[in-house]
Design a protein around this ligand. Structure first.
Ligand code: ADP
Length: 184
């Protein structure tokens, strides 16, 4: 049973690696960013509420992402394992998740911290060119990452569940390292 949380700055490669690994392990890949973008595209109530936050690089309110994660983790395809990509992004969300996993008997999760330097992630994001990948919004997302998300490295580090991987390598090298670490 594999349950993984992917941490790391925007552009570190979380989404790409989570997708490859989830397919390899036949577990579900839950990307809160992807779910929000899909909801915005379809203009669902969630999408409409999230739009202004995502567009400006701010975190959407906890309740919105927490509800969607709770819903997603209760689906049958999550029973055999999952990778959470983009959640939790702050300490309050991590505390929520901890409680949810305890309540639903889904323990044993490991946390992968995929790290890469600012100049590398900025260059990658600018090259990707998503709607929220403009220079101004990227700068804000990195700031939010440093202030809100980076403290989770300590949070999970203290719980001895944290693995750190250098995201500043080729996609194949990162995948190989992840598979190696997870097999041990
Ligand atoms: P990236 O990792 O490149 O920043 P994501 O797809 O993970 O991209 O997230 C895109 C945006 O979606 C974030 O900037 C934020 O507005 C919103 N978002 C995603 N996950 C969360 C979360 N757990 N809490 C709050 N907002 C979130």
């Amino acid at each position: 049973m594999t349950r993984l949380i992917f941490l790391g700055p925007p552009g570190a490669g979380k989404g790409t690696q989570a997708q490859v690994l989830a397919k390899h392990l036949r577990i579900s890949h839950i990307s809160t960013g992807e779910i929000l973008r899909q909801a915005m595209k379809e203009q669902t109530p969630l999408g409409i509420k999230a739009q202004s936050y995502v567009d400006s690089g701010e975190l959407v309110p906890d309740q919105l992402v927490q509800d969607l994660v709770e819903e997603r983790l209760s689906q049958p395809d999550s029973v055999s394992g999952w990778i959470l990509d983009g959640f939790p992004r702050k300490v309050t969300q991590a505390a929520f998740l901890e409680e949810l996993l305890a309540k639903t008997d889904q323990g044993g999760e490991r946390v992968v911290n995929l790290d890469a330097p600012d100049e590398v992630v900025i260059a990658r994001l600018l090259a990707r060119g998503r709607k929220d990948d403009t220079e101004e919004v990227i700068r804000r997302r990195l700031e939010v990452y440093r202030n809100e998300t980076a403290p989770l490295i300590d949070y999970y580090g203290k719980r001895e569940r944290l693995l750190t991987i250098n995201g500043n390598q080729s996609q194949e090298e990162v995948t190989a390292e992840l598979k190696h670490i997870l097999a041990s």
